[in-house]
Design a protein around this ligand. Sequence first.
Ligand code: COA
Length: 161
Amino acid sequence: MLEEVPLDPDVHDRAGFDCGVAALNEYLRRFAGQHRRMGISATYVLIDSDQPRVVLGYYSLSAAEVDVARLSDSDRKKLPRFPIPCYRMGRLACRTDRRGAGLGRLLVGCAVDRCLQTKKQIPAYALLVDAKNASAKAFYEHYGFTPLLDRAMTLYLPLGR
Ligand SMILES: CC(C)(COP(=O)(O)OP(=O)(O)OC[C@H]1O[C@@H](n2cnc3c(N)ncnc32)[C@H](O)[C@@H]1OP(=O)(O)O)[C@@H](O)C(=O)NCCC(=O)NCCS
């Protein structure tokens, strides 16, 4: 059974994870645990309960804010004119040997769900993501994320009321 759990550096095999992007492999190996301890971001990994050490994919979440002037006209007009709180999925990656099997979709769903749960206690307007390239941008747009007006590689998904 697939499960999404907080990264535990003592359990999860970070060195064995390869998503094909060196910076994202390195983040998981060297910085994710450190950033959790520093209170900067939290990383969640996708595992199969039959092989709980093997990381199939991961994402990280942190607090963020966005200047409303960067949102689309229709989103902006409902909002106050100061920077508003958001969450940010700073990183998202799946193993190269499990690509195209729906794990990316599952991780985006888990991240949105986690934001919706958190929002009940600490409200925030949207989930922001930073796309590393055109392909990642297309992936996020496929899920309804909208590029910021003046920063096309940062996208947002309103989380509703
Ligand atoms: C982006 C990434 C996480 C996608 O994971 P994946 O497991 O291969 O994707 P999935 O199999 O879950 O695909 C889910 C859906 O997205 C679509 N999709 C996948 N990649 C896409 C792309 N580049 N552009 C548009 N749509 C894409 C699939 O067609 C599928 O559509 P469906 O839900 O309608 O069937 C993965 O390719 C990855 O780890 N890439 C390297 C790191 C990276 O680029 N991370 C992005 C953050 S910067």
